[in-house]
Design a protein around this ligand. Structure first.
Ligand SMILES: [Cu+2]
Length: 157
């Protein structure tokens, strides 16, 4: 009996360790990841899910990463029959109770002026800044170049 309990506890602990989620006040930040870059690439996309469990709206207003000279919040949108991306200078609104998914083909984070390639399996550090909740340090797990776990349009980088 004791051994079964121990095994169950170990499973719980390792499960928690791989979950890779963060919490900042009422905000849950789930599984930040970035796309691995081919040689010579200067930009990489970053993705994560934010859940606002609070009763007040908040806003993702920016961030930074020591791995990139510049960091922006982008959206992808169809215009003139083409997928284009643009920076969101005011950031991304997080309505109370809303889940906002940053994923390929949609909202995403943009690491620009990369200081080194993003290599699959490594982690990239970064900071995310929210209008009300403040700042938090997160780590992005780097996944394969072609990784696109979510459905949606193809993102060029
Ligand atoms: Cu972009």
């Amino acid at each position: 009996m004791k051994q079964i309990l121990l095994a169950a506890m170990l499973a719980l602990i390792s499960g928690a360790a791989t979950a890779h989620d963060y919490r900042l006040g009422p905000l849950e930040i789930k599984h930040p990841w970035a796309r691995a870059t081919p040689k010579g690439a200067s930009v990489a996309g970053g993705y994560l899910t934010i859940v606002n469990t609070g009763k007040e709206p908040d806003r993702l207003v920016g961030g930074s990463s020591p791995a990139a000279g510049r960091f922006e919040i982008h959206e992808m949108r169809m215009s003139d029959g083409m997928m284009r991306m643009r920076a969101l200078p005011k950031g991304l609104e997080l309505k109370p109770g809303a889940t906002v998914e940053l994923k390929p083909g949609s909202y995403h984070l943009m690491f620009m002026n990369l200081k080194q390639p993003f290599v699959k399996g490594e982690r990239v550090k970064g900071t995310l800044t929210f209008e009300k909740a403040g700042s938090i340090e997160v780590e992005y797990v780097v996944e394969a170049v072609g990784a696109a776990p979510a459905q949606g349009g193809h993102h060029g980088h």
